[in-house]
Design a protein around this ligand. Structure first.
Ligand SMILES: [Zn+2]
Length: 701
């Protein structure tokens, strides 16, 4: 019996042990210390500034006499929801729930204070700090304190995601993102630049970055992780982790310098009897500044530190709660704003085939709309007053959709383009685009600047692999993670047993550090007019950056060593009647311009230059010419000879000769009258001599 009990206990303990470690693995933690370490590595001079600010804070804390002990400090707060219409675009209700939790936590109104362990019940503090959503923008405009910003930055939350910071002496800025860039392999739920570091130039970094699913307890949030923002605001108000500011928990015992938080090495598990550093002294596992995810309290000492900071000019914190600032931000007692909506919407497809449905979802914010006015000129219906209408577009083309959202206060309008494609392809089997004809490019290609910024695909007239033009993405001052794409016209590739897509590219970076080359060129294909895309080719690193580091705007010469060949053999799934290709560029941290030229689809695996072989055995004179030229070639033995002129895709455009010829040297005169159907341009002459083929470039002017 005893044996069985031991077994049972062991079993229970291991199950809980496994659960605890699984839990710890899945949960993400605060990245404040790691982020600060990284910032200091980047800007060593920050250390002196931080030490000076810390000195001020310590002196102030020593002098802080508590004369404002009954003062309730109200802090205006603004949430910038950085999103791309995904799950990270959390609801206003979820944000308001997060503010509710803050005000419970900082006022010790959280219902679970009854569960605080005996040792800390008496020192669990009402910090007398409150948070109110801003109701006035920095310019005095109307806001509900929740600012939705569409940006790729949501997928790589870091200091670069701190878009549209509102003045930090007026507002606490919180940026809500989909994911946060991990530091040193640590998955991060949120981080804060501490006030002593947020001075001078670094004032632009002041605020908190937090994951959308670690905010609030409803929607994508959860009760268990709903105090992460409380923890981060603790940092914002000058609280270190209880084990000090130098290490991740569990490494060594340390202290935060606050008199009533016991020495600890930090906790990622909720061991309420936890006592490691000083046997017999229970550690404050339930502290909001711990990592145990059973947090319920600040101590009186921590409240004093936070309130002390709010009485200093460090990081302008003493302006936040002033009467004049509360009035300026619309957070004074009794002020109630009602805002007009900011119109926005999200179609379920930006690319679609003719005769298909598009669902338009209202995404208006800042004020609840009571009416919607949609215009779908060319669609069915042509207009709608529904909130989320569905529309059919019967004709191919680019459609500009307009939404006006209104309520009793006012209205606003936004327009976006969607692209409807014909079911019949524009080109059959062979395709070549050299970007030398601007009109053809404008008619055939679609370029999309996802973030509507200064980096986007366009024609370049200053560089080309063949001809004088190419397609360029001006990415010299580009932003890491910025996505831009260019889409080919629809091609009918049905009946092509073996097909290759090829192109030339030339790219550079702004750095010679190859570990920083994180730009990516991806080639996708779609068989449903762009409604869905599959990835077929990815080029990155030194394979992509084939021209090294340039200190200025990169422009490739036309010599071939600046250009590489990108090529893919198409799977049989693309041998269908309507195929589009998409060239998508994702900007790197040290990007520069990239050029693409000679986009070719044919049965030949490479572009025109790759087809040229053994040119020494086939000479063309003169070359360039006006259509009159002489071919000279040598046959090693009697052969059946087939001479043709082919275009960039390798497709025959003119048959010159087909006959049996003897071994030895041959000359063949070609007259412009005979090939007058060919316009000026670049072609190839191809001689198929038995099993051998000789190919050379022909330029007709
Ligand atoms: Zn932290």
């Amino acid at each position: 019996m005893k044996k069985n009990l031991t077994f049972f206990l062991t079993f229970v303990l291991s199950v809980f042990g496994i659960m605890a470690s699984l839990n710890a693995q899945e949960l993400k933690y605060c990245g404040t210390t790691e982020m600060q370490k990284k910032l200091l590595e980047q800007f060593p001079e920050l250390l002196l500034q931080q030490q000076a600010s810390d000195q001020i804070l310590q002196e102030n804390l020593a002098e802080y006499d508590g004369t404002r002990d009954d003062q309730i400090y109200i802090i205006p707060i603004v949430f910038h929801i950085i999103h791309n219409y995904g799950v990270e675009a959390i609801s206003e209700d979820q944000v308001k729930d997060a503010v509710r939790i803050l005000n419970e936590d900082f006022r010790k109104l959280n219902p679970d204070t009854v569960d605080i362990v005996e040792e800390f019940k008496d020192i669990a503090a009402d910090s007398k700090i409150e948070f109110r959503l801003a109701q006035k923008t920095p310019g005095g405009g109307c806001t509900n304190g929740i600012d939705y910003i569409v940006s790729h930055e949501t997928t790589q939350g870091d200091n670069g995601s701190k878009l549209s910071q509102w003045p930090r002496n007026m507002y606490l800025n919180v940026w809500v993102v989909n994911s946060i860039t991990s530091f040193d392999g640590i998955d991060i739920a949120g981080y804060t630049v501490p006030p002593s570091a947020a001075e001078g130039f670094f004032a632009t970094l002041d605020g908190i970055v937090i994951l959308s699913n670690y905010l609030g307890s409803i929607g994508t949030g959860s009760v268990g992780t709903s105090h992460v923002l409380t923890h981060e605001i603790g940092h914002y108000l000058n609280l270190p982790h209880p084990w000090g500011s130098t290490n991740f928990p569990g490494v060594a015992c340390g202290d935060d310098g606050i008199y009533d938080t016991p020495e600890t090495q930090g906790w990622t598990v909720c061991d309420l009897d936890g006592s490691i550093c000083n046997p017999g002294i229970i550690e404050n596992v339930q502290n909001y500044m711990e990592y145990a995810y059973c947090d319920k309290m600040f101590t009186e000492g921590q409240a004093t530190v936070m309130r002390g900071l709010l009485n200093t000019a460090v990081a302008d914190r003493n302006n936040l709660w002033t009467t004049s600032n509360l009035e300026a931000t619309g957070t004074n007692d009794g002020y109630v704003s009602a805002c007009a909506p900011r119109a926005d919407f999200n179609p379920n497809h930006y690319f679609i085939c003719e005769d298909a449905d598009v669902l338009f979802t209202d995404f208006s914010w800042n004020g609840d709309p009571t009416s919607w006015n949609w215009e779908f000129s060319g669609g069915t219906p042509v207009s709608s007053t529904e909130q989320n209408p569905t529309v059919i577009f019967n004709e191919p083309g680019k459609y500009t959709i307009t939404l006006t959202s209104s309520n009793a206060i006012g209205s606003s309008t936004i327009s976006k383009d969607i692209y409807v494609s014909s079911l019949s392809a524009q080109y059959v089997q062979y395709y070549y685009e050299g970007f030398d004809n601007a009109t053809q490019f404008a008619n055939d290609w679609i370029t999309v600047n996802v973030d509507n910024n200064d980096s986007y695909w366009k024609l370049a007239s200053n560089a080309g692999f063949s001809g004088t033009n190419s397609l360029v993405l001006t990415n010299f001052n580009g932003d890491k993670g910025d996505i831009d794409y260019a889409v080919t016209p629809a091609l009918d590739l049905s009946g092509m047993p073996v097909t290759y897509a090829s192109f030339r590219y030339a790219a550079a970076s702004s750095t010679s550090d190859i570990t920083l080359l994180d730009d990516v060129l991806s080639v996708y294909a779609s068989t449903n007019c762009g409604e869905t895309w599959t990835l077929h080719l990815t080029i990155s690193g030194v394979s992509l950056i084939n021209n090294g580091a340039w200190g200025d705007y990169f422009t490739p010469g036309s010599v071939s060593n600046n250009w590489s060949l990108g090529m893919l053999q198409l799977p049989s799934s693309l041998a269908t009647s309507n195929v589009r290709f998409k060239f998508q560029y994702t900007g790197g941290s040290e990007g520069n311009n990239i050029y693409i030229d000679d986009v070719t689809v044919s049965e030949h695996p490479v572009g025109i230059e790759g087809l040229v072989n053994d040119a020494s055995n086939l000479s063309i004179f003169p070359n360039p010419n006006n259509g009159d030229f002489t071919l000279t070639y040598n046959l090693p033995s009697e052969r059946n000879v087939n001479i043709s002129i082919v275009d960039f895709t390798g497709r025959e455009v003119f048959a010159l000769l087909n006959q049996l010829q003897s071994a030895g040297n041959h000359q063949q005169q070609i007259h412009s009258d005979d090939i007058s159907s060919l316009g000026s341009g670049i072609y190839m002459v191809k001689i198929q001599a038995g099993v051998d083929s000789y190919i050379n470039k022909l330029v007709i002017e």
